[in-house]
Write a protein that binds this ligand. Sequence first.
Ligand code: HEM
Length: 536
Amino acid sequence: MDFVNRSFASVLPEGSSPSVNIDFSTFHLSPSVVTTIICGLTLFYWWAISRAKASRDFIDGNYNFDAPIIGPKNPVLGRLAFFRNGPKYIAEGYAKYKDTFFKVSGNDLLIVPNKYLQELASMPPEKLSLNVAIVDAFQRLHSITKVITDHSLQTRMLNARLTPRLGLQVPAVQEQFKKYLPVELPANSTTEWTSVNALHLARRMVHRGVATQFVDELKENEEYLQTAINYSEHGFKHNFAIRVFPDFLKPIAAQFSPTSWGVDAALRKATKMLIPLIHNRRALEKTPDYKKPEDFLQYLMDGGIGEGDSDFTTVQRLMVTYLGSGPSTIIAVAQLLFDLCVHGEYVETLREEIIQVLTEHNGFTHTALAEMKKLDSFMRESQRLSPPTLLGFNAIVREDVVLHDGTVLPEGCHIQMATYAIGMDPEKNGPNPEVFDGMRQYKKRQVKGQGNIHRFTTTADNNLHFGHGKIVCPGRFFADHSMKMITANILLRYHLQFPGGHKQRPANTSMYDVLIPDLSTCVEFKLREDAGRYNW
Ligand code: HEM
């Protein structure tokens, strides 16, 4: 027991001694205490499991569909192996079975061939649901999953209110970017390089843009920015942390995971900041000449009236949307910065286009962003080669689905498609798919009649990184705006390179099918001599 006392002592100030000395060698538990502890743990376990089952669909349909499993077949070993080597198993499955079905992560995921895309993409959520898959991914984290249902208000408001009005937001977002880019990217010298962590820069800029469009009053509030970052990053990690556990342990693991405490704490903090603000807006609505803010919070407040939403539910809906808008866009911006460093030969071409378009449109506008076709193509190539996930088109089959050739996907199947492998398949994306061709899509858009397809936001059977049809990201136009504005502002004002000018892209790490860019990679920036010339 010596080491117990030593470890107590090690946290005390030097020279002091522990005031309580516990002699563990004489520490005995009576049989009645042991029985009480076992009963307590059993009751707690029963409560945790039944609580979860009462509120979630149980997903086990893949066991009823016969397809080869790539990797270990045992559920726990399969999941662990997929956690460590996801890219390897997906590549192997696609190489062997791209036109049929295969499973990865034991029986967890059924990978469906691309030939069924169109019929699956048009199915209603009552048959094939993205939301049930998302709820499953956040395993029993009710502060997140409570407001995620098919036809969720937040998704409808993204589609119906925020996306059509994205153009209205552009000047306000640009004002923030112009003001804060020099703060987040303090490279003031035209001769010396300044090194900045790429992911940190991406995180700060993405969240500034999101906050401007989500809650006007808090767009410059540092505490709010940090709360939104904490919420989305704990939520993102929670998904990974819980996935590896055997199903029967997930409810307990989820209750005790620091990631779920992090989400709950951030939600409590956001609630404190947002509820008074919502009350204030409602009071102002009663005054004459009040003009409601054009932001996502307002859309959720207005839409929530018909849903009978409480103010707290409105806050939950707002915060849950950060899970979509935060991590994937941050990762995409970091990957873009890396690609600009590796493929520096595109920088001047992209910059020329940006300057030409902004000159024509007198600054940043919705149309100007749509006209940045070379940047659009570069972004899509960056996403094709470094997507956030190697799988997509994530959905749960809610009632038996009979496919055109008679194949039946049983109720409860969890399906995905091998989106990265599809993007890298020469049959789908043309020759040399492994080569980064920043103008690949731009060239395709020059073909008569194809000017409006092959865009970053256009999903197709060879471009599934935002999903497709009804299984699709409603925030992709928002992401398109954010990414173009951040990149354009950086290219207008700074030179960039990897430290020392090397051209080696840092290797991504993977967890399951998720690709994470190297968190520590820095990019060096230097102020351009002509940075002051363009005042948009
Ligand atoms: C580059 C950035 C982004 C990527 C790669 C991305 C990707 C995706 C994907 C793949 C899905 C699910 C569809 C599937 O599994 O195939 C999805 C869903 C979703 N995304 Fe995004 N997304 C991005 C940015 C955003 C932004 C900026 C927002 C919000 C402003 C957003 C909001 C959502 C929401 C709410 C869902 C769930 C849709 C539903 O409930 O029906 N995403 N996203």
